[in-house]
Ligand binder design. Sequence first.
Ligand code: ZN
Length: 283
Amino acid sequence: MRDFSNDTTLLSLNTATVNAQWTLEQCIAGCARHGIGGIAPWRDKLDECGAARAAGLIRDAGLRVTGLCRGGLFPAATPAGRQAALDDNRRAVDDAATIGAECLILVVGGLPAGSKDIAGARMQVRDGIAALLEHARAGGMPLAVEPLHPMYAADRACVNTLRQANDLCDALDTDADGGLGVAVDVYHVWWDPDLEAEIARAGAAGRILGFHVCDWLVPTTDLLLDRGMMGDGVIDIPKIRGWVEAAGYGGASEVEIFSRDNWWRREPDDVLATCIARHRTMV
Ligand code: ZN
């Protein structure tokens, strides 16, 4: 396993971690100031900055872009809704390419409004990724399916395990050419008894495109906005990183912490300093 104890170049800041405090421009400057090697913008911040301008700032700061968050949200109640989602995803692919992202993260979407048909939603996800894949391949932008914890199945993502994500990749990317893969976010998959085997399976196909870290707090007080800093919860992050690296992953660790009542209220430079310290000791 790689030694992170003296290395921040393999740390990437997902802008969600300082979502409430900083613009993308400030995140880029903060990473440069702290020696953090990578960044992963969310699209709302990227849109505020403008993709072309952001690309220049990121390049000047010497940062890698470990992913753009996010595409996906494919299911919709009507064909027009599904088409609108596809159009938006194509724009996300283009923006990801503009900023030199290593992948576009897909949070695939949950049930359409009024629906109880989760199997149908999963079929819509499969069709949506299939429809997007051609555009993504043409633009050279890998798509990373990120399974989300099952508590988000209704409203955010009905792909909830790494096995499901791997099955989607097998079905849609039969020649495993690198255009479709997975993102392993420890927050979503740490509980899965099949995790080690499914990480190995993804790695064997060269499909691990991202590794996201934070921690699972006990108790968790908000389903979305109470993620913990690495080391403050119950996830054995080094164990999972070991599995991911044994499976061939050589990319960065992306810190992604949604924390409305804690980390989003702190001085952002202190948040980054804590991310660095925990990256060295807890990841
Ligand atoms: Zn993530």
